[in-house]
Every structure is written in structure tokens, then in C-alpha cells.
Design a protein around this ligand. Structure first.
Ligand code: MN
Length: 337
């Protein structure tokens, strides 16, 4: 079989590899669609501090079951499935309180262990979620990015009565916007790319701001009648934005963080204490696949709106270079297998 292989940073090749066999409790997945994520780009460029090499990348993928290993029940050959890329030990403190996505021994497909940019992958069936046969494989591959939104909105207890400021209107900002709009939450979106803001308006953003043209803090002040915004989700992750988030938050406000920067932020304790702010890190997803699959089924979000380009997987290198060179045109790129 063919796989997308990253031997070391900046080196991506399509390589022949032996087809794996499904072990005990595993299914052999014939991968049919996979999404390219910002974190795949970071692994390719050597800027993901969590990645290990060499690596078959890809953590947003779906396909059909080609074979079953020993002791598997509840799945059949031919089932269409989406893959939750999070694996956990089940024993550490985080796992013991149900927070398996921050397990001490967390391993993510495509990051810490080989992932889904391959024609076949052996996956523990605990990580597989059946999706309807009527779905495209692409739709199955889009469940994972929406689980990022489901996770941060549940961490921050987003409600329909909230006002939510989303920092960033790239793929993650857009899934958060769609997920919040299904609750009826009023959303403002900030991004420096005009076409992304137009998309955010089409997806139901009440206010869009380009901070290169307008002061975001002033626009948010006007939008909230000077009260500050109760909920902010940062899908930009630039450390120097953080003090501004603290200023824009209302008293008792919540801030959800998704970025991965190692750089420190200037943090003003007074702002956090005076307003009793809550700050939530949100990583990957905690058992959110069933919830997102039901959003898709009920038509509460429109995953296909996320897809901007498709490439055959053997052109993965060209696809990743395309993402790199066209940041404002590209949203989600799907590799087809
Ligand atoms: Mn992703």
C-alpha cells in the first residue's frame, strides 16, 4: 500500500509500506478521505513541538472496514466509519476523571503514532464511530475538526444566550462559528483575511472585524454596549493577543484557548481577578464523536461548507504546498484515496 511519509521535517514522500493486519480488538480500515489540518502542516515543517518522527501523518480521516481482528464485536466488514484520533491509557489522573484527551500517555494518530494518510490503517475499534452509508467519506473525515469546536464550546459552557467572540476565521474558527450558531449564540468574528470574514457572515456571524482596518476592542465595546463579551474563543493562538482578550472579556467572562505557542504572553492578573475570569485550555476532543455525528445527521451544521479543495492523496505534497502558498483561498483540503 501507499502512505504519506514524513521521515523528518521538510521531507514528505509517497512511500510503499506493508499493509498492516488488524490485531486483537482492531479493525483494518481502508481509508477513503482525509483532511489536511494546520497541525499536519506544522509536522511537515518541523514546527509542531509534540510531533515525533518518522511519521505517517493525518488525524482527520474516514473510510470503510476491510477486515476485523480477533475479538471484535459490533462492527462488520464494509461499515463506514470516522476515526477518533485520541488514544489514552485509562489509568492516569486525567483518565480517571474522564479527561482522556489530556491523558498522561496521550497518543494521537498522525502525531505520536502513525495516522490516516495511508491506504490502510489498523485501528482499535474503540476509536471507530459508524456513520450512515448515505454520507460521503469526506463528510466522515470532517467529523474530527467539528469535535474541536464541540470540545471548546463544552469546556466553556457556551449557551444560546451568550455573546461569543471568535478570534480567527480559518477552518477552526468556522467550525466553532457553525457549532455556536446551532445554539443560537450571537457571534462576532475577527480575522485579518477579508474573504474569511465574508464566509463568517454567510455562516451567521453578527459582527465581523478586520483588526487591520478597525480596532477590535472598540468594535467589541460597541457590540456589547460597553459591557465586554462573556465568551471568547481564541482560534488564532498568537500570544500577544492574550492581554486584549482579558480586556475584552466581561466580568465573569470565559476564555477558551486552542493555540499551541510556546511563547509567553504578558498576563495581567488584575484583569483576571477583578473580573473573575475563567480561562480554559481545550485540546483535541473528549468523546465528542457521537455528538458531532448527530449534529451532521440533524443538519445542524453544514460540514461540506468547510471544504475548499480536493486532491488525490498521491499528490499530498502538492496539496500541502498549495495550502502553504494560498493561505487566504484555502479552507479545508481533502485528500481522496
Ligand atoms: Mn485537525
Amino acid at each position: 500500500m501507499k502512505v504519506v511519509f514524513i521521515a523528518e521535517p521538510h521531507s514528505l514522500e509517497i512511500k510503499e509500506a506493508p499493509t498492516p493486519a488488524a490485531g486483537k480488538g482492531e479493525a483494518l480500515l481502508r481509508v477513503r478521505a482525509a483532511g489536511i489540518c494546520g497541525s499536519d502542516m506544522h509536522i511537515y515543517h518541523g514546527t509542531n513541538p509534540l510531533a515525533k518522527y518518522p511519521r505517517i501523518i493525518g488525524h482527520e480521516f474516514a473510510g470503510e472496514i476491510a477486515a476485523l481482528g480477533e475479538g471484535v464485536e459490533g462492527f462488520s466488514v464494509g461499515d463506514k466509519v470516522a476515526v477518533d484520533p485520541v488514544t489514552s491509557c485509562g489509568e492516569c489522573y486525567a483518565c480517571s476523571i474522564g479527561r482522556r484527551n489530556v491523558c498522561e500517555r496521550l497518543e494521537v494518530f498522525g502525531v505520536h503514532r502513525d495516522g490516516g494518510f495511508a491506504e490502510y490503517v489498523a485501528i482499535p475499534v474503540a476509536n471507530l464511530h459508524k456513520v450512515p452509508f448515505s454520507w460521503s467519506f469526506e463528510k466522515g473525515a470532517l467529523v474530527e475538526p467539528f469535535t474541536i469546536a464541540a470540545n471548546v464550546l463544552s469546556r466553556t459552557e457556551c449557551a444560546g444566550s451568550d455573546k461569543l467572540l471568535i478570534m480567527g476565521a480559518g477552518p477552526i474558527g468556522q467550525v466553532i462559528l457553525q457549532a455556536a450558531r446551532r445554539l443560537g449564540t450571537a457571534c462576532a468574528v475577527s480575522d485579518i483575511v477579508g474573504v474569511r470574514l465574508e464566509k463568517a457572515r454567510r455562516l451567521g456571524a453578527e459582527l465581523t472585524v478586520n483588526p487591520k482596518e478597525t480596532s477590535l476592542e472598540e468594535a467589541i465595546g460597541a457590540w456589547t454596549g460597553g459591557k465586554g463579551v462573556p465568551l471568547i474563543v481564541d482560534a488564532v493562538g498568537s500570544p500577544d493577543l492574550f492581554p486584549s482578550l482579558l480586556r475584552m472579556a466581561s466580568p465573569a467572562g470565559r476564555i477558551g484557548l486552542l493555540g499551541f505557542s510556546k511563547e509567553p504572553s504578558p498576563f495581567v492578573q488584575l484583569e483576571a481577578v477583578r473580573k473573575e475570569l475563567s480561562i480554559f485550555g481545550s485540546r483535541l476532543n473528549r468523546n465528542k464523536f457521537p455528538e458531532v455525528i448527530s449534529w451532521f445527521d440533524d443538519g445542524l451544521v453544514d460540514p461540506e461548507l468547510l471544504v475548499s479543495h480536493r486532491f488525490p492523496f498521491v499528490k499530498a505534497k502538492e496539496a500541502m504546498e498549495f495550502v502553504q502558498e494560498h493561505p487566504s483561498e484555502v479552507c479545508k483540503v481533502i485528500l481522496e484515496f
